[in-house]
Design a protein around this ligand. Sequence first.
Ligand code: BMA
Length: 313
Amino acid sequence: MKLKSGRDLFHRWEGNPVLALEDMPFRCNTVFNGTPVKLGNEYLLLLRVEGQQGYSFFALARSRDGLHFEVHPEPVLLPAQEGLAAEYERGGIEDPRATFIDGAYYVMYTAVSGTGYRIALARTQDFLSFERIAAISEPGNKDGVLFPEKIGGLYARLDRPFGRGIGSIWLSYSRDLIHWGNAKLLLTPRPGYWDEFRVGASVPPIRTKHGWLEIYHGTKMTSSGPIYRAGSALLDLDDPSKVIARCTVPLLSPRTGYERVGDVGNVVFACGAIVEPDNSVKLYYGAADTCVCVATASLEDIIECTLNNHRPA
Ligand code: BMA
């Protein structure tokens, strides 16, 4: 399917999907929701894979150009089999988001168990071996993204606690990455808008001279289920609890066949982005919970769109 440019701010790569089931070197159900990093000359994508059993785990894909990827022959992180983490990961591990800080990559992910979703944290240097640090939320929280710098001497994250069934984005702080507090409500669903049902952080915040750029996901409920789209907000660099601008329109909406049809249709769901030296942004996203795609936009265009289509949170 060919799209006219201009329909979404992000332009899909015409070779999408970047990865689908037939690219996987082992049997599984689906591959989606990957978090990208650039390590040396390589692009790495830590991928959520849903196994045939139904629970998710992580695999790794490598690329020289950020478009053509090859998947490592074995999964790189499975749900914990022993220790405390085993209890919280019984239902799988989902939606990794990687941030480089203090000389290592920290991956926040969703640990799934019978008691609900928790945010968990692991550290890695190479995305092949991981050190689990802790589960860093109570059940009922997901979509954790870590800021790439300390703010006011503290680590900062966005997350999505599920208070009274309303999914909003919150901001909290930590001294040690394990204990989090001083939580503040940041972005709520907006009645009447594309993100009126739920919102959650998607991409770890990106520092720009206009503020922290957060590319988040928002949903609108319809009679055939939710539609997941990507939108943007700018947060104050020194005090990210201050929302500078929040775009009224989405930057990417499901439109193509591979975004409309799959295990969960009408979903674009990003877990990370790469800002290239020329300030183009490669947004990696899961499409219809069934494959991995990439779309690009210039950082300037995203910021301009956010500032010019602004409605206070
Ligand atoms: C969210 C998460 C994502 C998924 C999305 C659409 O709640 O579970 O992993 O891509 O729903 O199903």
